[in-house]
Each structure stands twice: as C-alpha cells, then as structure tokens.
Design a protein around this ligand. Structure first.
Ligand code: SF4
Length: 213
C-alpha cells in the first residue's frame, strides 16, 4: 500500500471555510509544487515522515472528532492522497481537502468537500490555475481567493463574474495575512455587493503563524 509523506497531524479549530470554528484534525501532507509569495506553510515543503494510510487513520481516530481536513503543502501532489481521502470518507469522517487549484480534481472522492484556491496575481503563481477544475466543483465546495492588494481584489471580482463562480459553489474572499488590510477588503466587498463570503483566518487571529495550530 502506497505510503504518504506527512509533515504533521494535529488537532485545532478549523480556521477557514464553511467549517470554520469546528474542532478538526488536520493531516498536513509534505511537499508543494507552487511557491506563493505569502505561503505560511513553507515548513511543509520538505521533510516529513512516511506513513501508511492505516497509520494516518489510526492517529486521526485518536482525537475522537468528526471533522478532518487534508491539507499541505499541496496534498494532491502525492498520488496516494486520493486513496487516503476515500478511506477517511469510508470511516465516516466529514472530510475536506484544501488544495491550490493547480492539480486535477477529477479523481477526488465525490464525498470530499473541496476548498480550492484560485491563485491571484499577487500570489506569484496565477499562471498555475487549472481552470478545467471548475467542472468538479458543486454547491458543497468552495473556491477561495487570497487577496494581497487592490489589484488582486479587482482581478478576483472579474474572475467571479467571468466564471459564474457564485452560481457553482460558495466563494470566499480572504485577506492575505499581513498584506491586505482586512477592513478595506470587507468594505470593497460590501461596496460592490459581491455574492461572496468574506473571511478572516480564525487560527491566525488566535495563534498567529505558529506551526501545528
Ligand atoms: S499552494 Fe499553498 S502550500 Fe503551496 S506555496 Fe502556495 S500557499 Fe504555500
């Protein structure tokens, strides 16, 4: 059975998305093919421990909670991630996947809630967006824009309209921590009456950049 390279498995509050505020076990897979300028998980680019899927499930079960988020790095960069997602769903967890939007979602278990980034110009990785992924998003999924500045906001507003995103899934606008002033982004969103959910990363408010939180 293919093993997975894991940076950390930890227990915290979900800080983003529709599950924000729920006690959640996070499985952070090692490695990412992107290099976003604002990345707060560069410590997950390398290292990690090789674990069998059964060992991951055993560690997750020890926390005794319902919500599990598979994240990274970029979890889909490891092909064994697909099998892990299915096993977690089979075990009855409410599973979400945080993914950068640059890797194909076609084979992700349909029970998984996908939280997919669309990378803005300010990330430095905008050309990596894989727009064919739109076909795999539904009302239970979310697309997230991490917005670094006004140019990013305007770009995101345009993508929202051009791709008809709000009709397809829930859309999140989130200020890049330390780059975009949250209040200004909230005011732009209200001014333009955008059908998006504004969110601030709860875990950053509570714990800053502390790894494993
Ligand atoms: S996709 Fe995520 S993990 Fe990868 S560099 Fe960008 S922010 Fe960091």
């Amino acid at each position: 059975m293919a093993r997975l390279r894991i940076t950390e498995i930890f227990y915290s509050l979900q800080g983003e998305s529709r599950s924000s505020g729920f006690p959640t076990v996070f499985v952070r897979l090692t490695g990412c093919p992107l290099r976003c300028g604002y990345c707060d998980t560069a410590y997950a680019f390398k290292g990690g421990d090789w674990l069998k899927p059964a060992e991951v499930l055993e560690q997750v079960a020890a926390y005794g909670v319902k919500h599990v988020t598979v994240t990274g790095g970029e979890p889909l960069a490891q092909s064994a991630c697909l099998d892990l997602l299915t096993r977690l769903c089979d075990a009855g967890y409410r599973v979400s996947l945080e993914t950068c939007g640059a890797l194909d979602l076609a084979r992700v278990d349909p029970r998984v809630i996908k939280v997919m980034d669309l990378k803005t110009p300010g990330s430095g990785e905008v050309e990596k967006n894989l727009y064919s992924n739109m076909a795999y998003l539904s009302a239970r999924d979310q697309v997230k824009f991490v917005i670094c500045d006004e140019a990013d906001y305007l770009w995101s507003r345009e993508k929202l309209a051009d791709l008809g995103l709000a009709d397809r899934c829930e859309v999140l606008f989130s200020p890049a921590f330390g780059l975009q002033e949250p209040r200004q982004l909230a005011e732009w969103t209200l001014r333009d009456r955008l059908p998006v959910r504004f969110q601030i990363q709860l875990h950053k408010l509570l714990w800053g950049d502390e790894p494993g939180r």
